[in-house]
Write a protein that binds this ligand. Structure first.
Ligand code: SF4
Length: 366
């Protein structure tokens, strides 16, 4: 099953407000928010444009946002400004009476698309042919499609985020001798390196993932060959350049960066962890950060007493697909007639199995 199949139902408002300037659209969205009150909650991921994040009731990483939404007792309408896998996760974690909406359903994630259910099932069959499926625990990064989370849940596996991956790996090794980590090889490798565990790339397009039988049997962490192009953009040369340009700078990188960049950085952590470090630093502290440019621009704007730089400009075009125009279109429709907006729907079996994998993570790291 592909991620998009059967995901949306319904229709959208026919017109877009392209004759209005941005300030007017912001004003209109604020008015609608005021009228809908607690019935509607807008969630904004850290990588969204600043004007979107400023309109959000909650900002955070994908998991924090899903949890925030499900805990709003009065929120019937959840608008998730982010990419598709986040919106799906919100759907899975929200209460059944809550409806979840995405301002632009074309905002997907190329990394999530690197681990389709078909490829994952083919690789699992190959592991089974080698007699290795029993001792292998699937561990799936939050940045993945709902069908992969569901596969993980139905095969005794677990979801992780970039901030809890080490604890999740410990949980998995208590239950199996081998992990297959989807879909980001870099997060998997960086966590395994930090824990002193050997890992190897598993390329699903090659027989036995490109490994020989012995390597397949003895490697504790198999890394699905997938990556985030926004984060693999950064290099160790960018880090060296930053240190030369801003002596004393603190270099922070997201764990989706290569191990070379992580090794050259002073800190590696999730988006929320990096935001916290900047916010809590004494005035005058200089940072050079390796992550999506919109978050870095916003950190610089919100922390004028600190010196916040990017290692190099890297933008996620999918995150950028949510804008004031499509957000206004959506909230306007929600106010007029929520039934006329495209609501996010997932098949029941995908919801059930994906939730299993997410609930396992919550039992490890509440
Ligand atoms: S930043 Fe990377 S992982 Fe996140 S949505 Fe964009 S491509 Fe996907």
């Amino acid at each position: 099953m592909t991620l998009s199949s059967g995901m949306m139902a319904g229709t959208v408002a026919a017109t877009t407000p392209h004759d209005m300037d941005e300030a007017e659209i912001v004003e209109r969205i604020r008015e609608i928010k005021g009228r809908l009150g607690k019935r509607m909650v807008i969630l904004g991921h850290h990588y969204q444009r600043r004007e979107i994040v400023e309109l959000a009731d909650f900002r955070g990483d994908s998991f924090e946002l899903c949890r925030a939404a499900s805990r709003q007792d009065d929120a019937e309408l959840i608008v998730f400004c982010g990419v598709r896998f986040m919106v799906e996760s919100a759907r899975i974690l929200a209460r059944t009476d809550q409806r979840v909406f995405h301002p632009n359903k074309r905002a997907g994630c190329p990394m999530a698309d690197m681990a389709t259910r078909g490829l994952v099932e083919k690789a699992w069959r190959e592991l089974a042919e080698q007699g290795l499926d029993d001792g292998t625990i699937p561990v799936t990064y939050m940045n993945s499609d709902a069908p992969l989370k569901a596969f993980t849940g139905s095969h005794g596996g677990i979801v992780c985020t970039s901030s809890n991956a080490a604890k999740v790996l410990e949980w998995a090794f208590e239950r199996g001798e081998r992990i297959i980590f989807y879909p980001d090889e870099h997060l998997g490798r960086n966590v395994a390196n930090a824990m002193g565990i050997k890992s190897a790339i598993y390329d699903p397009r090659l027989p036995l993932g490109g490994l020989d039988e012995d390597e397949l049997r003895t490697t504790p962490v198999l890394l699905w060959k997938g990556y985030c192009h926004v984060h693999t953009h950064f290099t160790a040369a960018h880090v060296a350049d930053a240190r030369e340009r801003w002596p004393g700078v603190i270099v922070m990188s997201h764990p989706e960066c290569t191990d070379e960049v992580i090794a050259a950085s002073d800190f590696a952590g999730s988006t929320s962890q990096m935001c916290k470090r900047v916010e809590e630093a004494p005035p005058g502290t200089a940072f050079a950060i390796g992550t999506e440019i919109n978050m870095i621009h916003r950190l610089a704007f919100d922390n004028p007493d600190k010196d916040v730089h990017t290692l190099s400009r890297s933008l996620c075009p999918n995150m950028y697909r949510v804008n004031l125009y499509n957000l206004y279109d959506l909230v306007r429709t929600l106010e007029e007639d929520p039934d006329a907006a495209e609501v996010v729907v997932l098949p029941d079996d995908i919801m059930r199995d994906a939730k299993l994998a997410l609930d396992r993570m919550l039992s490890v790291v509440p």
